[in-house]
Ligand binder design. Structure first.
Ligand SMILES: NC(=O)c1ccc[n+]([C@@H]2O[C@H](COP(=O)([O-])OP(=O)(O)OC[C@H]3O[C@@H](n4cnc5c(N)ncnc54)[C@H](OP(=O)(O)O)[C@@H]3O)[C@@H](O)[C@H]2O)c1
Length: 200
């Protein structure tokens, strides 16, 4: 079934995932920080099925994708009642970028557990965070195999929904289990971070 995805963060990752979703007929609402006219060129280049909106409007979509900087996630807390919403967390908890790429000290928590605590009631599914956006943008069908995308989440129904969307895009979803287990492997500095694997 075709769905509407609310994409909060319309930069490298947000636009890349939007392109894959649009290709198979989903609709996307893109939101950024600057708002208004700043999204016109982006939605035009994405084509039919892409519209601009506020973060609040994007948060009303069937499924929400978080593709904004880590430091900005707390701004989403009160924009909606997150209860029951499937939220794909593609963020990485960097507090500095090149060349040192420092991550926030989360006291042993998974970054997606922190996101879950910031969006009470949301069903957080970690995905789309491990691969450089230019690689993610490429055709997921590679030499007879499919590019792997890791998925973790505590709510089985939401995780299954995201797994089936990812498979429909042509990627090979790999279920890593819960946020406390799997997403720690996926997140920045985790053992599976940045890996570009093909499943045959
Ligand atoms: N780049 C990658 O290859 C990659 C791969 C995996 C995961 N990630 C993660 O994905 C996230 C986004 O990375 P990116 O490279 O796509 O960043 P980016 O290109 O800098 O884009 C960030 C987007 O977030 C928007 N934004 C900032 N604050 C916001 C707010 N408060 N509300 C709504 N939107 C807001 C920005 O809007 P404005 O342009 O208006 O400021 C921009 O559209 C980060 O957490 C990053 O760690 C990135």
């Amino acid at each position: 079934m075709k769905k509407t995805f609310g994409i909060i963060g319309a930069g490298n990752i947000g636009q890349t995932v939007a392109r894959h979703l649009l290709k198979v007929g989903h609709r996307v609402i893109l939101a950024n920080n600057s708002g208004g006219d700043s999204l016109a060129e982006i939605t035009r280049s994405l084509g039919a099925g892409a519209v601009a909106g506020t973060a609040r409007q994007a948060a009303q979509a069937d499924i929400v994708l978080l593709s904004l900087p880590w430091s900005q996630v707390p701004t989403l807390k009160d924009i909606t009642d997150w209860t029951g919403k499937t939220v794909i967390d593609a963020t990485n908890h960097f507090i500095t970028y090149a060349p040192d790429f420092k991550v926030e000290d989360l006291g042993g928590k998974a970054s997606s557990e922190v996101v879950a605590s910031l969006l009470p009631g949301a069903k957080i599914v970690k995905a789309f965070n491990t691969i450089f956006y230019k690689t993610l943008a490429e055709d997921p069908h590679v030499a007879g195999g499919n590019r792997a995308l890791f998925v973790s989440g505590n709510d089985q129904t939401s995780k299954s929904e995201v797994i089936s969307v990812i498979a429909s895009l042509g990627f090979a979803p790999i279920d890593l289990g819960t946020l406390s287990q799997g997403s720690k492997l996926q997140q920045a500095k985790g053992a599976l971070a940045t890996l570009n694997l093909i499943k045959y």
